[in-house]
Design a protein around this ligand. Structure first.
Ligand code: AMP
Length: 302
């Protein structure tokens, strides 16, 4: 079984109340792939510039990540800069430099074209659609992330991509913006008319909510005494969620709930340190231990 991801591989500059880093490896597809590779094999599609060194690429080596679809183009790698407020739930984007991403046309290597699980990270919906057009079989699960920028500027293209999406994974403000509904359950009902059968609403330190088949399931964020850098938490959540689903033969309600827990568990590691620092050192037993802790933490009796 394999999981395909298309999205940004980037250099990020990040400032939080706990520190400042001027340039570190980041990007939605990077966080996603590293997280998902703990569960399954990942096929990565993206683009980097000629400033992306072998040392930068080492984050993918020794993991179940195929980088045949990571194109190298003449120019600079995508760059993003952001700053977090004291409460870490709000961030300001200071810079988005598309660079080689501006002319990116995703091309799927032949071995990727039969991927059964697909994650379309937050990029231009037209590019997301072009990836779906290149797969030769109807995938088992297509999940998609997007943001206010695309909801506002390319609503028609986004709607077209959503028609082929099974699971939409966005945050609460994007959910409200896309549906024009403040209440998240009503928003979900509206979103289901656009194509997706399930909605995962990411809510930062308040955890995440899954809505599907008139049911909802919520997971908290794992309680941590110290959060250093929330960058990439959403993509890491998606990596744990989709990585787990791609690793099992059948997906029902119980499996979707477990995927929510793995998403939350993986996201909780990312925020402990800056960038990919914590994920790079992560070991499988730590994931199992935190999932068990999560289980105990959410038990109660009636
Ligand atoms: P998250 O914190 O999960 O929302 O994702 C943060 C990552 O998304 C960073 O590493 C950025 O490089 C990347 N990113 C930020 N803005 C964009 C964008 N407009 N398109 C693609 N990737 C982005």
């Amino acid at each position: 079984m394999s999981l395909l991801v298309v999205g940004s591989v980037a250099f990020d500059a990040v400032e939080t109340p706990y520190g400042k880093v001027d340039r570190m490896l980041g990007g939605a597809a990077t966080y996603f792939s590293v997280a998902a590779s703990f569960f399954t094999h990942v096929n990565l599609v993206g683009v980097v510039g000629n400033d992306f060194t072998t040392r930068d690429a080492s984050v993918f080596r020794g993991r179940r990540i195929d980088t045949a679809g990571l194109e190298r183009s003449d120019g600079k790698t995508f760059f993003w800069a952001g700053k977090y407020n004291q409460n870490m739930n709000e961030r300001t984007t200071l810079a988005t430099e598309l660079n080689v991403f501006a002319d990116f046309k995703p091309k799927l290597p032949g071995t990727y074209q039969s991927s059964e699980h697909i994650f379309l990270a937050n990029i231009d919906p037209t590019l997301q659609s072009s990836v779906l057009h290149q797969v030769t079989r109807r995938p088992k699960i297509v999940a998609l992330d997007t943001m206010n920028y695309w909801i506002e500027r390319t609503p028609k293209e986004l709607r077209e991509t959503l028609r082929h999406t099974d699971i939409l994974m966005i945050n609460d403000s994007e959910t409200r913006q896309l549906s024009n509904e403040h209440n998240l359950l009503l928003a979900a009902r509206h979103i289901f008319t656009l194509g997706p059968k399930a909605l995962v609403i990411k809510r930062g330190e308040y955890g995440a909510m899954l809505v599907h088949q008139n049911r909802s399931f919520s997971v908290p964020a794992f309680p941590l005494e110290m959060v250093h850098d929330p960058t990439g938490a959403g993509d890491t959540f998606a990596g744990g969620f989709m990585g787990y689903l791609a690793s099992i033969p059948r997906v029902g309600d119980a499996e979707l709930r477990r995927a929510m827990v793995y998403g939350s568990v993986m996201g909780s590691f990312t925020v402990e340190k800056f960038g990919l620092e914590r994920l790079k050192k992560l070991k499988r037993p730590e994931i199992r231990a935190r999932a068990r802790h999560f289980y105990k933490m959410t038990q109660f009796s009636l």
